[in-house]
Design a protein around this ligand. Structure first.
Ligand code: KIV
Ligand code: ZN
Length: 514
């Protein structure tokens, strides 16, 4: 069976989506999980874009051992130097250099002639080869480029030492037939194409990213790039879990292996959704909450008689296993620690002790602590960063009555270190809290999206709040979990504001790429 490499760019192209701002601890947690998932390459960020990205790429490169770690760079020496500083600690240093090749990008964005673009690409690859054994070169907007020009430039970058050639459909314009045909054409016309890895990178603007990636594989691609849950710029990237499961379920047809550990899909998907704040649509293939739900009577009847009547993928395949016994307030530290280990968490004794104390508090208020509660608790401990929250909620109180005007009073520690109490009203409890917090943070806040979901089942389930807001014109997502949804909402709001202030502290610039 042919094996295809999986290049994950959740932490780079995925993190570029509007409103996603992961801190270093969160990125590390996702990278560890991507390693368990079996990504061949993890694109950990864009080191030259900000000190925050640099730090995350360097840390990921130093801890991840079973996946190759890479970082994105523009075709310029300074980006390559910075990438080397971040990636030199990696087991197999790998860099990903990109340069646009389509007429529209060369003329309007780069303001360079095709000949100049060839020279810049060759220079950059040669320069990178001085440091990096593995150099991936991407022809940005390759699909809208002249195929003859692609052959010409790829010939030259291979001669310059590139080890992977990536052919992105940057704007998500391709159809499967056309994208596949481009791969076939390059396979037949580029000198030495069989000595390098040929890679596909698809965006989902027309909803064809997964189909296009598979068409590329059928026509010679050795690697596919994408993100978990398909997050990414605009309509997102190809969803890696969909590609992996499609190739697995239809291996009779494709005869391709990806090396993905399918059992880790559910957990990877949930972690990415939770930490990025990007909810998974319920009917999303493979990982949506309804992906295995059979509603209609006829289907349910068929399922009872023989599951294969309507089920082509089992929940077990992607790691959605029957949960082991829940823990409760009488469970001891030993059982608690064992559960953390069996769930794959690597926590220090101190972290276990702290998590155990939180667990005991929760167990006093909640009858059964489920696998999902533990997942939230352990992940929370693992991603706790050294960053001190800039606004730290101390207390929130809401007065609500059907015939009263709801009033919220919030006390929080503010950036100057003092504790401040503010109160105001709203037309509902949540609006009263958000209005009060707006007074506290002294900026212009617009709520773009607000969701509350329960973690697991039951009336005493934990509540998770996601708040997507713009603060003085910039978009941020915040999240938090609490037993009370109003408290979770207030904390999620402040979490979004803290991300903005932290970003300013780290002077993070936005990378201008697709
Ligand atoms: O979509 C794209 O072209 C990219 C490149 C930077 C590879 O993400
Ligand atoms: Zn992209």
């Amino acid at each position: 069976m042919r094996t295809i490499d999986i290049f994950d760019t959740t932490l780079r192209d995925g993190e570029q989506s509007a409103g996603i701002n992961l801190n270093t601890a969160e990125k590390l947690e996702i990278a560890r999980q991507l390693e368990r998932f079996g990504a061949t390459v993890i694109e950990a960020g864009f080191p030259a874009s900000s000190p925050g990205d640099f730090e995350a790429v360097e840390k990921i490169a130093s801890i991840v051992k079973n996946s190759t770690v890479t970082g994105l760079a523009r075709a310029m020496k300074s980006d390559i130097d910075t990438s080397w500083e971040a990636l030199r600690v990696a087991q197999q240093p790998h860099i990903h250099i990109f340069l646009a090749t389509s007429p529209i990008h060369m003329e309007y964005k780069l303001k360079k002639s095709p000949e100049q673009v060839v020279d810049i690409a060759v220079e950059a690859v040669k320069y990178a080869k001085k440091y990096f054994p593995l150099v991936q070169w991407s022809a940005e907007d390759a699909f809208r480029s002249d195929p003859e020009f692609l052959v010409q430039i790829i010939n030259k970058v291979i001669q310059a030492g590139a080890t992977t050639i990536n052919i992105p459909d940057t704007v998500g314009y391709a159809t499967p037939q056309e994208y596949g045909a481009l791969f076939k054409f390059l396979k037949e016309n580029v000198t030495g194409i069989d000595r390098v890895k040929l890679s596909a990178h698809c965006h989902n603007d027309l909803g064809m990213a997964v189909a296009n990636s598979i068409a590329a594989i059928e026509n010679g691609a050795d690697q596919v790039e994408g993100t978990i849950n398909g997050i990414g710029e605009r309509a997102g990237n190809a969803a890696l879990e969909e590609i992996a499961v499609a190739l697995h379920i239809r291996k009779d047809f494709y005869k391709i292996d990806t090396g993905v550990n399918l059992q880790e899909i559910k957990r990877t998907s949930q972690l990415v959704s939770r930490l990025t704040g990007v909810a998974i649509q319920p009917n999303k293939a493979v990982v949506g909450k309804n992906a295995f739900a059979h509603e209609s009577g006829i289907h349910q009847d068929g399922m009872l008689k023989n599951r294969e009547t309507y089920e082509i993928i089992t929940p077990e395949l992607i790691g959605e296993t029957v949960a082991p016994l829940s823990l409760g307030k009488h469970s001891g530290r030993h059982a608690f620690k064992d559960r953390a280990i069996s769930m794959g968490f690597e926590l220090t004794d101190e972290q276990i002790n702290e998590a155990f104390a939180q667990f005991k508090k929760l167990a006093d208020r909640k009858k059964e602590i489920t696998e999902e509660d533990l997942f939230v608790l352990f992940t929370g401990k693992q991603i706790e960063s050294a960053d001190v929250p800039i606004y730290d909620l101390q207390n929130v109180q809401v007065q609500y009555g059907t015939s009263n005007i709801p009033t919220a009073t919030v006390s929080a520690v503010v950036p100057t270190g003092e504790e401040v109490t503010v109160a105001t009203t709203g037309s509902g409890s949540v609006e009263a809290i958000f209005n009060t917090l707006e007074l506290l943070v002294k900026g212009e806040v617009h709520i773009l999206d607000y969701r509350v979901t329960s973690i697991g089942k039951g009336r005493d389930a934990l509540g998770e709040a996601l708040v997507n807001l713009s603060f003085n014109g910039e978009v941020f997502a915040g999240r938090d979990v609490s037993q009370d949804v109003l408290e979770a909402s207030a904390k999620a709001y402040l979490n979004a504001i803290n991300r903005k202030l932290l970003k300013e502290k780290l002077k993070i610039k936005e990378p201008a790429i697709g």
